[in-house]
Design a protein around this ligand. Sequence first.
Ligand code: ADP
Length: 248
Amino acid sequence: DISHNVILYLDDITVSFDGFKALNRLSLAIDAGELRCIIGPNGAGKTTMMDVITGKTRPDKGSAFFGQTIDLTRLSEPEIAHAGIGRKFQKPTIFEQHSAFENLELAMKTDKRVRRSLVATLDDADRDRIAGTLRLIRLDQDADRPAGLLSHGQKQWLEIGMLLMQEPKLLLLDEPVAGMTDDETMRTAELFVSLAGTHSLVVVEHDMAFVEKLGGRVTVLHEGSVLAEGDLAAVQNDQRVIEVYLGR
Ligand code: ADP
C-alpha cells in the first residue's frame, strides 16, 4: 500500500549488468511536491536509478510506480515522458541558432500531449506562458538572443524551461549545476525551491553547497541501495556515510 501523497515509489529494485548489481534491492519513495537530492560516490547506481524511472533500463526485479497507478516498468520511454516525468541530462540540447523564446516555443509545439502545427502562430495565452517561463528561468532579458550566445548556466536554465513547457509533474535532474558559476548555482537552487510544491524534483548532485541550499531530504546511494536518508546534516554525520566517502 502506497501512501496517497507519494508520487514516485521504487520498491526492491534490482538491476544487473552481466551479474553485477548496479541496483541492489533499492527502495525509495518521493512525496508529491518534494525536492529530493540523491548523492553517493561514483558507481553507486544514481544514473541507473534515473534510467529505471524513465524506462531506459528495465529492472530485473522490483516495482516502480508513478502516482498510485502508473506502473513504470510496463511503459516505454515516450509513454513515461507523456505521463509527466521530465528528465534533464547534463548536456543541454537546445537549438543554438534560435532565440530562447523560440526554443520554448518549439518545446511547446512539440509537446506530444497536444497536436499542433510547428508553423501555427502563437495566441496571447501561448505568448504569456512562454513569457512566464522566461521570467522563471531568468531569461526574460535575453529572450531574443540566439541561445548559442547564452552563458553555460543560462543554457541549462533554458533547457529546464523547455522541459517545463511540457508541464511535467516530476522532474529528474542529473548534476544540473555542473560547470556553473557560484552565482548561477545559487540562482538554480532558488529556481528549484520555487518549483517544489507544484512539481516534484529528484536531483542527482555532487555539489554539497548546492544540496545544502536546496534544503530538502537527501538520499545517499551506495552499491545500488540506500545507505542513509534524512536532511543533509544528518546524513553527513552518519558514520556509514563518512566511511563510504572517506574509504573511496
Ligand atoms: P552512478 O551514476 O552513481 O555513478 P551508475 O548507475 O552509472 O552509477 O553505475 C552503477 C554501476 O553499474 C557502475 O559500477 C557501472 O559501471 C555499472 N553499469 C552502469 N551501466 C552499465 C551498463 N550498461 N553495463 C554494465 N555496467 C553498467
